[in-house]
Ligand binder design. Structure first.
Ligand code: GLU
Length: 313
């Protein structure tokens, strides 16, 4: 699959008129495993069940964690299991000008400040802060100046008081709320190592790609309020969210490269789909991929109707 051209002003995709645009956004830190296949399948099924579009975005900005060739391996695996994106995939590493533009805008609007704290300083100061506010987040040490420290990272301010609480209706998990001030504090958008933070890149890309529905693993549930805060600051719409339960191994750990998850066997794609479907409570007896996916799409529609219905806005 061809790598799309580096972004330029004209390459910004026009916001889609489609009522539904979903995406799967893997980090290429290794081959697809059962945990990531479940997420891919859920996002694909949700898009198909809504007659919508499904995109793939390779999230390769955390370069020290990326594994060479994993991106193409992931795309190949998706193709083997019959899930091909409706547009050519994009790579975040080629979209840095967009993240820089968003950072500049937030800076110009006074939403950012440079932070000179090391991890150790933050950990030490949290001991006091925890006593004061019972918080585990960044205590705001550099909010009012660097005090002679060198700038390391860029942080975005979170609101204080009642405005700090961000709530959303998750289509699977129900209503979620987080107090950005006391649970988290001002968070990093550009890291001390110069890399873009996931929170910024994902919000900019979901916005530019016109994503209307995000389906991903529940390990990202507590990132969502931060992303909604950034969407508000950047004037971007907030998509609908659905976080599927994460797949765990026998020790109860989330499946990941670190917990030793096996790569999907691309020579037995139907078996892989059946196993992924079982994690989502879906099973059918179709004997080929196309039919399995079609029946699973119907199963997903039924599954959705059993989920909690969002409260009226
Ligand atoms: N790249 C993230 C991951 O692989 C997922 C990001 C997202 O779906 O928002 O965990």
């Amino acid at each position: 699959m061809a790598v799309t051209a580096a972004p330029s002003a004209t390459a910004v995709p026009a916001l889609a008129a489609a009522a539904y645009r979903g995406r799967f956004a893997p980090s290429p830190t290794g081959p697809l495993h059962m945990g990531s296949l479940v997420t891919a399948l859920a996002s694909w099924l949700d898009a198909r069940a809504h007659g919508g579009q499904w995109l793939v975005r390779i999230e390769d900005i955390d370069t020290p964690r990326c594994v060479r060739g994993a991106d193409h391996h992931i795309l190949h695996t998706l193709e083997r299991v019959g899930m091909t994106p409706d547009e050519p995939p994009v790579w975040q590493s080629q979209r840095e000008p967009y993240y820089a533009a968003a950072l500049r805008r937030l800076d110009a609007e006074g939403q950012l400040y440079p932070c000179g704290c090391s991890r150790k300083e933050i950990a030490d100061s949290l001991v006091h802060v925890r006593e004061r506010h019972q918080t585990l987040g960044y205590p705001g040490t550099c909010r009012h100046g660097l005090n002679g420290k060198l700038p390391r990272a860029w942080r975005v301010r979170v609101p204080d008081g009642p405005d700090a609480t961000v709530c959303f209706e998750d289509r699977w998990q129900g209503r979620q709320c987080q107090d950005l001030e006391t649970e988290l504090g001002d968070f990093v958008l550009r890291r001390a190592d110069g890399l873009w933070a996931y929170q910024l890149a994902v919000v900019v890309d979901d916005g530019l790609q016109g994503i209307t529905h995000i389906v991903r693993g529940a390990d990202l549930l507590d990132s969502t309020p931060r992303q909604i805060h950034l969407q508000h600051l950047l004037g971007l719409p907030t998509p609908a969210y659905l976080h599927v339960p994460v797949v765990v191994n026998q020790a109860g750990e989330k499946l990941s490269k670190q917990s030793g998850a096996q790569a999907i066997n691309t020579r037995a794609p139907l078996d892989a789909l059946r196993e992924a479907g079982a994690h989502l409570g879906l099973s059918n007896h179709a004997g080929n991929i196309k039919d399995w996916l079609a029946q699973a799409t119907d199963g997903w529609r039924t599954r959705l109707s059993t989920l909690p219905q969002p409260a009226p806005a």
